[in-house]
Ligand binder design. Structure first.
Ligand SMILES: [Fe+2]
Length: 317
């Protein structure tokens, strides 16, 4: 049994990190890259066991307008090793969204990651933990975006470059964050241009590096010219839940015509907004129909970009 009080996942904890957690960019060392959990055999096994509802495989193709379009695919009848071979030489990325369902060892890993932080950061209580394993081709990139929960990125194999930007203008507007929380964000709400990079925090992640950044900070990621295996973890805290509720309520108020609702971090107004957000969210008033995915390729190690086109079909997850 691993000892979480001394920590076997976080490798180079320093006392000053406690005050930085969730407030500043925090880059530290971990041991996941030395673990058997991410060998080809274990990853191939996870790919073979992944339920259709718990994985995404994507590629990008140019559309008729010349713009790159993200496509959804499937593993087909390939073995896990064949899928890995296609990723190694292709242009695809795989998200294994709930690896703990296929192998409980990843549930233990996720539990221990947060237990190690909670042991070291006084007062930290996290919940709604999630983990995703990302397996991606050389040079694949993730465009500029923000995420809703607290996020960490754990690099296991290969190297990627990450750009992080503060969650404020000119990088992102409060309106965009509110839309993100409401599930109404469109690409045009978070415009990116290269001048934003002048003030970005840029770092290369090597195997054994972990990066954590403050809530909602926009970021983008580019793989170096090598296969990448990374782990993302997501969490909530009470502060993140309050921020979520206030953004949710402010998003509704803004839609109702209130020009610039205040962003409280606590107190009566935050409590009222939490109640409003909860009442609307759980009333089903804003329940959105999830659009089906169009699956139009199958992974194929002998195909260009590691894929082969198939007749499109719709998949509801
Ligand atoms: Fe992200």
């Amino acid at each position: 049994m691993r000892d979480i009080t001394t920590g076997n996942i976080i490798a180079d904890w320093k006392p000053e990190y406690a005050g930085m957690f969730g407030k500043e960019t925090l880059k530290l060392k971990h041991t996941l890259h030395q673990s058997e959990w991410f060998s080809d055999e274990r990853l191939a096994n996870l790919i073979e066991k992944a339920e259709r509802s718990h994985y995404h495989v994507n590629t990008r193709s140019s559309g008729p307008d010349g713009k790159k379009r993200r496509r959804e695919g499937e593993f087909g009848g390939l073995s896990g090793m064949e899928v890995l071979q296609a990723v190694r030489k292709g242009d695809i990325w795989i998200n294994l969204r709930a690896p703990q369902l296929a192998d409980p060892a990843y549930g233990d890993m996720l539990h221990d990651m947060y237990a190690e932080f909670e042991t070291r950061v006084p007062g930290l209580e996290t919940f709604k933990h999630k983990t995703t394993i990302l397996i991606s081709s050389p040079n694949v990139y993730v465009p500029f975006h923000s995420d809703v929960p607290g996020q960490m990125l754990w690099q296991v194999r290969g190297t990627k470059r990450v750009w992080l930007y503060p969650a404020e203008e000119p990088f992102v507007t409060r309106n965009a964050i509110e839309k993100l929380i409401l599930g109404e964000l469109h690409e045009t709400d978070m415009p990116y241009d290269e001048t934003l990079d002048e003030k970005a925090f840029v770092t290369d992640l090597q195997p054994g590096d972990m990066l954590h950044w403050p809530l909602n900070w926009p970021h983008r990621v580019e793989n170096h010219d090598c296969l990448n295996v990374s782990v993302t973890t997501e969490h909530f805290t009470r502060e993140i839940r309050t921020s979520y509720a206030v953004n949710y309520a402010n998003g509704l108020l803004r839609k109702a015509g209130i020009a610039n609702p205040r962003k409280q971090t606590g107190g009566l107004a935050a409590t009222a907004k939490t109640a409003l957000a909860g009442a609307v969210k759980f009333s089903g008033l804003r329940r959105q129909a999830h659009k089906p995915y169009t699956i139009d390729f199958v992974v194929d190690p002998s195909g260009k970009a590691g894929i082969r086109d198939i007749d499109p079909y719709e998949l509801r997850l």
